[in-house]
Design a binder for this molecule. Structure first.
Ligand code: C2E
Ligand code: MG
Ligand code: MG
Ligand code: MG
Length: 292
């Protein structure tokens, strides 16, 4: 059931943290030099509207292009630096690289918003909104509403009034917010009510298991209903198969992201992916869904 999945996930995360803290000293300096020698890259995963076929944006996901280890996934290095000054620098690099990427795509006629994951530590900085404003000012050609910030309801929200003030300040700049991994926190309802986040991302653990597990399916249905009641948009993460997509459409969730649609890919591959997806038959279920 959902509880079991949740427990497993936290156990995995605890292990990742424990391993990370063992190698902490070495890794922080490694990560710092990796940032300065430009070894980090952003991959982008498309988000689509399953009913209209529109590509609504992409999520930026960081990877470490390590000279010996190859492409290192974020959960192997982000937990090491969370709470450290270097994580703020890396976080700014992600925002600024995403703005450059929007600008680059724009210049070849591809207009796509980018969602950027923001750590709890980053969001809790008193000058966060000012830093976001400065990064946007460096890219006057980019419309601020092309930038969406994804925050984890589990990590960011120790001080909800401070966080909501920061979010409101960013919101005034035109930046949008999404609540990531929604449903995994302790007080999702309070967060939903108090935070100016237009989009809710249903956690992928519920989505992956929704076809086999009636509890998870009920959670997915509940989150969709909650989003509707609060007039927020809702997207399902972890849509791995067409059957997931169809089940979600039946429950009233049209927006989706997941391996079943596209894996995260380098920015240079996105324009071609978008034009293929537009070609209608890129998803085998396409005809089925349009008639659904
Ligand atoms: P997230 O923001 O919830 O991102 C979704 C994760 O699920 C990504 O893993 C993505 O590759 C993966 N995913 C997408 N579709 C599917 C699917 O259909 N099935 C499965 N099993 N997985 C899918 P990734 O790239 O390894 O990132 C993991 C987490 O690391 C992210 O979870 C996010 O919390 C964090 N992260 C990634 N990039 C950044 C970043 O630039 N800054 C911060 N602060 N956190 C980041
Ligand atoms: Mg995310
Ligand atoms: Mg997520
Ligand atoms: Mg996640």
């Amino acid at each position: 059931g959902a509880k079991q999945t949740g427990k497993n996930r936290y156990r995995l995360f605890d292990t990742a943290l424990a391993n990370a803290s063992k190698m902490q000293l070495e890794s922080i300096s490694d990560i710092r030099s990796a940032l300065y020698s430009r070894e980090f890259v952003l991959y982008y995963q498309p988000k689509v509207n399953m009913r209209t076929g529109a590509v609504i944006g992409v999520e930026a996901l960081i990877r470490w292009q390590h000279p010996e280890r190859g492409l290192v996934p974020p959960l192997e290095f982000l937990p090491v630096i969370e709470g450290q000054a270097i994580s703020l620098e890396l976080g700014e690099w992600v925002i600024s690289s995403s703005l450059s990427q929007i600008s680059q795509w724009q210049s070849i006629g591809v207009n796509l918003p980018i969602s950027v994951n923001i750590s709890g530590y980053q969001l809790q900085q008193g000058n966060f909104a000012i830093r976001v404003a400065a990064l946007l000012a460096a890219h006057p050609e980019v419309n601020p509403n092309c930038l969406e910030l994804e925050i984890l309801e589990t990590s960011a929200l120790h001080d909800i009034s401070k966080v909501s003030a920061t979010m409101n300040a960013c919101h005034k700049l035109g930046v949008r917010f999404a609540l990531d991994d929604f449903g995994t926190g302790y007080s999702s309802l309070t967060h939903l009510r108090r935070l100016p986040a237009q989009l809710i991302k249903i956690d992928q653990s519920f989505v992956s298991d929704m076809l086999e597990d009636t509890d998870d399916c009920a959670i997915v249905e509940g989150v969709i209903g909650l989003a509707k009641a609060f007039r927020r948009d809702v997207i399902a993460e972890g849509v791995e198969t067409i059957d997931h997509g169809l089940a979600l459409l039946q429950l009233g969730c049209e927006l989706a992201q997941g391996y079943g649609i596209a894996r995260p890919m380098p920015g240079a591959d996105i324009p071609q992916w978008v034009s293929h997806w537009k070609a209608d038959d890129s998803w085998p279920a396409w005809e089925l869904i349009k008639d659904n």
